[in-house]
Design a protein around this ligand. Structure first.
Ligand code: PLP
Length: 359
């Protein structure tokens, strides 16, 4: 077996101990006589897995009591449409910050349900910075302010909580959830697909303040109505049981690592080393303004585009995979989520230096 360093943006690298435990428990979970994927979601074994999943996430993120934690399907993409339908609550407007490809998609989808006010946009700088808060146009009649904490494609991350001027803050944390400490009580709603920082694809986490739910549009299917799913412990329909289990293993691994605070320190160190290597080189560059650089997704371009293909081929020959940038921005992108060990980042840095020396 030869596992490579996988820099994919998502689905992405999983912690190896999690994969090993899943393999060990594949045929029989504890003394249940069966695999988790064969269990009834109403049975005592699975209910225990589900309870631990929620309580581990609550403790890792210090989620207050007055927030519901839902585990849904449809990805973050479904939430782009479901959020307005669930929490507009009679209002007709919502504010959005446009800071990259994912917030752009969220805006496009929300437009079917409300008047979207683009409070600020960094499109004119090709999404390489976050516009100054003093320039944002926030409408006090809006139902919420939506933003994307980490723009996975453009490599732009908010390092501070935006001032929403009292509007409930709604945040797409798909690619940086659990990578840094946040204060959940400052948010109205947080959502994230699991395939970046929480394990395999197939589960969407929604953390929502109690007072925002219970007013979904009549046309919302019950499985996508937050209040209905909350009443049913996210089991209004059959949940993605095996994926819940796998996400649960990732959360237990994260606790073993020292939780979010310890992980954040590691993520700071990993990202700093990679950006430093890029900034010091004559071949590689990262276009994002320094205060807004993502700790999770590091895009970089080569000074000579004709070297892209040889770079990717040589990287693979050195066990470094999935470094090709998103088709919309080109170049390279190294995603260095929680589960990417520092050794992987160091191997990438060494390879980049060697490639520069020989080209
Ligand atoms: C990956 C990603 C999405 C889309 O997730 P799906 O699960 O494919 O719907 C949305 N937002 C961000 C920030 C992402 O990184």
């Amino acid at each position: 077996m030869s596992r490579v360093y996988n820099f994919s943006a998502g689905p992405s690298v999983s912690p190896e101990p999690v994969l090993q435990q899943a393999r060990q428990e594949l045929l029989e979970w504890r003394d249940s006589g069966m695999s988790v994927m064969e269990m009834s979601h109403r049975g005592k074994h699975f209910l225990l897995i589900a309870e631990e999943l929620e309580s581990d996430l609550r403790s890792l993120m210090a989620i207050p009591e007055n927030y519901k934690v839902l585990f849904l399907q449809g990805g973050a993409s479904a939430q782009f449409s479901l959020i307005p339908q669930n929490i507009l609550n009679g209002k007709t407007k919502a504010c959005y910050l446009k800071t990259g490809a994912w917030s752009e998609k969220a805006i496009k989808d929300a437009k079917s349900y409300c008047d979207v006010i683009v409070s600020a946009s960094s499109e004119d700088t090709r999404f390489t910075r976050i516009p100054e808060a003093s320039t944002w146009h926030l409408d006090e009649q809006a139902a919420y302010l939506h933003y994307t904490t980490n723009e996975t494609i453009h490599g732009v991350e908010f390092s501070e909580l935006p001032d929403s001027k009292g509007l409930p803050l709604v945040s797409d944390m798909s690619s940086n959830i659990l990578s840094r400490k946040i204060d959940v009580s400052q948010y109205g709603l947080i959502y994230a697909g699991t395939q970046k920082n929480m394990g395999p694809a197939g589960v969407t986490v929604v953390i929502v303040r109690d007072d925002l739910i219970g007013h979904a549009a009549k046309t919302v299917p019950p499985v996508f109505d937050y209040a209905e799913q909350a009443k049913n412990q996210s089991m209004l329909n059959t949940p993605a049981t095996y994926n819940w289990y796998l996400v649960g293993l990732v959360l237990k691994w994260l606790k073993d690592q020292g939780g979010v605070e310890a992980m954040e320190l590691r993520n700071i160190a990993k990202a700093a080393k990679l950006y430093q290597a890029i900034d010091q080189s004559a071949l590689y560059s990262n276009p994002v303004a320094i205060p807004f650089r993502s700790r999770m997704n590091v895009p970089f371009i080569l000074a000579d585009e004709s070297l892209d293909k040889p770079f990717l081929a040589a990287a693979e020959a050195n066990g470094l995979f999935e470094l090709k940038g998103h088709r919309s921005v080109g170049g390279m992108r190294a995603s260095i989520y929680n589960a990417m060990p520092e050794a992987g980042v160091l191997a990438l840095i060494d390879f980049m230096a060697e490639f520069e020396r020989t080209h």
